[in-house]
Design a protein around this ligand. Structure first.
Ligand SMILES: Cc1ncc(COP(=O)(O)O)c(C=O)c1O
Length: 405
């Protein structure tokens, strides 16, 4: 089979393998010490007070929405340019996802358009940091505070990204004095979600996390992860329970088995020790692409706002008008030439399931336009120099061929 350069993939080294093997040789495959060690390391890296790891980013989203009290009849407002899990997790709780349109260049939710979607039922704003580029968090928080809404960041693309105070309307960021914060520090949100799927910045196979500064959310997240059960005496509802033995536990809410294994957590911890290098590598590839593709006549390249540093989970190019109709042929040719390109994403509400439950095409025109132009090209920390050169040359060659045809 010919070599394929995927749009993203994990990098696993001998240290990662040794970390997994050491758990396999230990007493605990799950619910052992590797979980707390991984959680503390993520909290320390991001600047959050609490971290709870889960069996996937989707489980983490479900848990965060649950912890926030989301339920039947409530609404969340999010971006349609995301993976379906962001809104599906609200449906799990019988809440309604409301999609608000995006900015054409970052493909992040357009904060200026959110207000018109807010209703009496709105409970949570869920910005998604598309491709690893932080959303304008300061303005999201301001809006949330104005209407008494929670903010939950879907940062499944954005581990390692940084932001400053945020973009305040009609005002540039104070680049001298504002401090850089890591996504996950929750300075502008109630909770932040991460994913450790192999295409992300660090891999655990499947896995995810919720970060928060809030002890109440933390306690609910822990219970939700494990069947709604607590063994913490301080939380027992049966006050006579202190007379019970060490076996005693209470199930206080309807939770799930959303636990991560120690095998995964050990891999995650080992991966996290390399996060600086992984993020720098992605940023370097993005910078090389920016240079190679600047002023090309075929497509627009990703932007990076002054208030942030993207961690480039994706590098999504947007075809210019004269090539939009040829996107399918271009995509096919890129695949034929061994580039594992993707289209990320189809606006969620265009999916057959969402259409069936009443969402209509045309809801978010900017997102639909973005979708018609988007191609996500390979970017990942383990890419070699020759892989990058091959990507650049093949893309420019195939675009030229399409332009001539
Ligand atoms: C934006 C976004 N949210 C949520 C998820 C779900 O994460 P996971 O695959 O770990 O369940 C993903 C995964 O691709 C994602 O990209």
């Amino acid at each position: 089979m010919n070599k394929v350069i995927p749009y993203s993939r994990q990098s696993i080294d001998q240290d990662d393998i040794a970390a997994v093997v050491s758990v396999l040789e230990s007493d605990y495959l799950t619910q052992g010490p590797a979980i707390a060690k991984f959680e503390s390391a993520i909290a320390e890296y991001t600047g959050a007070k609490y971290c709870v790891v889960f069996s996937s980013g989707t489980a983490a989203l479900h848990a965060a929405y649950f912890a926030s009290g989301l339920g039947e009849g409530d609404e969340i407002i999010t971006s349609p340019i995301t993976f379906v899990a962001t809104s599906n997790a609200a449906l799990y709780l019988r809440a309604k996802p409301v999609f608000s349109d995006i900015e054409p260049d970052t493909a992040n939710i357009d904060v200026g358009k959110i207000e018109e979607k807010i209703t009496e039922s709105t409970k949570i704003l869920v910005p998604v940091h598309y491709a690893g580029h932080p959303v304008d968090l300061a303005n999201i928080r301001t809006l949330g505070d104005k209407y008494g809404l929670m903010v939950i960041e879907d940062a499944c693309h954005a581990l390692g990204a940084q932001y400053k105070g945020g973009q305040v309307k009609n005002q540039t960021v104070d680049t001298e004095n504002d401090e850089w914060k890591r996504i996950g520090s929750c300075t502008h949100s109630d909770m932040t979600i991460l994913s450790f799927h192999p295409v992300k910045h660090i891999a655990t196979g499947e896995g995810g996390a919720v970060l928060t500064q809030n002890k109440h959310f933390y306690d609910r997240l822990l219970m939700f992860r494990s069947h709604g059960i607590t063994k913490n005496k301080a939380y027992f509802t049966d006050t006579s329970a202190s007379g019970q033995g060490e076996w005693y536990y209470e199930m206080q809410l309807l939770g799930y088995n959303y636990r991560m294994t120690d095998i995964q957590a050990a891999l995650g911890y080992s991966q996290l020790t390399k996060i600086k290098r992984f993020v720098e590598a992605r940023r370097e590839i993005a910078s090389l692409y920016n240079h190679a593709f600047q002023k090309n006549p075929y497509f627009d390249i990703p932007v990076e706002r002054e208030y942030c540093r993207s961690s480039y989970h994706l590098y999504t190019i947007r075809l210019k008008d004269h090539l939009v109709k040829k996107r399918r042929d271009i995509f096919t040719r890129l695949r034929e030439e061994g580039l594992g390109v993707q289209v990320l994403y189809i606006p969620v509400y265009l999916q057959p399931y969402y259409q069936k439950i009443g969402y209509k095409a045309g809801l978010c025109p900017v997102a639909e336009d973005f979708y018609s132009r988007a191609i996500s090209i390979p970017i990942y920390h383990g890419m070699t120099r020759s892989d990058r050169d091959e990507v650049v040359n093949k893309i420019l060659g195939i675009m030229d061929e399409a332009d001539q045809s």
